[in-house]
Design a binder for this molecule. Structure first.
Ligand SMILES: Cc1cc2nc3c(=O)[nH]c(=O)nc-3n(C[C@H](O)[C@H](O)[C@H](O)COP(=O)(O)OP(=O)(O)OC[C@H]3O[C@@H](n4cnc5c(N)ncnc54)[C@H](O)[C@@H]3O)c2cc1C
Ligand SMILES: *[C@@H]1O[C@H](CO)[C@@H](O)[C@H](O)[C@H]1NC(C)=O
Ligand SMILES: *[C@@H]1O[C@H](CO)[C@@H](O)[C@H](O)[C@H]1NC(C)=O
Length: 247
């Protein structure tokens, strides 16, 4: 049995470890040069040094929003930390420890992007990869493919009427790296999911003013005084900003 695992983040590593334990031949294709997926930090935002898309949305100073007690693997927990909420590099180190503990690195073909998974008649799969360094494309046949490519890599932009009339810069949170880039600016953070809640706080450290607009009526957290919280829909907030710009 030849098993293909696409991605060497938390999910791909667990898949590879168990495929290997079960006695299958396992090949992992990972487009980055290391394990960790989301937990890899890079200053690059859109393209890496080889001109390929950056996978991770990780930013400086991120702490987990879940306690380490429920972020480990069932038989490989996160230990050696008294605190529950860990930093990005501590989780990345944990995923590297998992990789080395189960000797997974030899299974992983780094810098290889899967470009196609094609079904063959005998129930097998032809997997095509491009090597980022050589740009060469190769294919291999597998019995099974596990797709562990994550689901926080393609930014979603809601269709907010009037968004394109806004003259300032607009960024998706995927491309946020550190608050330094926004020093002295007036910022509007739209949306209070985990990213919006965290970024409004991070930006308050350097921005001139942070407007935080959302429709999350469950948000009870207390923000610093220089964050103006508006329980309004973002469309209303944009209207306010646009009116301000006209002046
Ligand atoms: C900013 C942020 C903060 C988060 N904080 C937490 C938290 O505190 N606690 C928590 O439990 N979860 C958190 N998460 C959720 C996080 O997604 C999971 O913790 C976990 O990392 C998901 O692992 P994964 O393996 O499914 O995906 P990923 O970590 O995204 O890994 C997918 C891997 O697949 C590779 N890949 C993708 N496409 C291809 C391709 N075509 N060919 C080859 N390789 C490919 C990528 O390079 C990547 O290495 C957070 C997510 C984000 C974005
Ligand atoms: C793994 O690959 C080797 C070399 O191709 C082969 O001899 C062996 O039978 C394979 N093992 C399984 C479980 O498919
Ligand atoms: C905003 O308030 C926070 C918390 O009081 C403070 O740390 C930060 O320096 C303030 N930011 C600015 C730009 O004044």
């Amino acid at each position: 049995m030849e098993i293909c695992v696409i991605g060497a983040g938390a999910a791909g590593l667990a898949a590879a470890r168990h495929a290997k334990d079960a006695g299958f031949n396992c090949t992992v294709y990972e487009m980055c040069s290391d394990v960790g997926g989301v937990w890899i930090y890079t200053d690059d935002t859109h393209q890496d040094k080889y001109g390929y898309p950056v996978h991770s949305a990780m930013y400086k100073g991120l702490y987990t929003n879940l306690p380490k007690e429920i972020m480990g693997f069932p038989d490989f927990s996160i230990r050696d930390h008294p605190q529950s909420y860990l930093s990005q590099d501590e989780i990345l180190r944990f995923l590297n420890d998992y990789t080395d503990n189960f000797n997974l690195r030899p299974l992983i073909q780094f810098n290889n992007i899967v470009t196609e998974v094609y079904p063959l008649e005998e129930g097998k799969w032809r997997v095509t990869v491009v090597n980022k360094l050589s740009k060469l494309s190769t294919s291999k046949i597998f019995d099974s493919v596990m797709i562990c490519t994550g689901h926080y890599s393609s930014p979603y932009y809601p269709n907010i009427p009037g968004r394109n009339s806004f003259k300032g810069e607009q960024y998706h949170s995927k491309y946020y790296r550190s608050p330094d880039a926004y020093t002295g600016k007036d910022m509007l953070v739209i949306g209070a999911g985990p990213s919006g809640m965290d970024l409004a706080l991070h930006l308050s450290k350097t921005a001139n003013k942070v407007y935080f607009s959302h429709n999350n009526d469950q948000l009870k957290a207390k923000y610093p005084d220089n964050v103006t919280m508006n329980y309004v829909y973002c469309i209303q907030a944009l209207k306010i900003i646009l009116r301000y710009q006209m002046k």
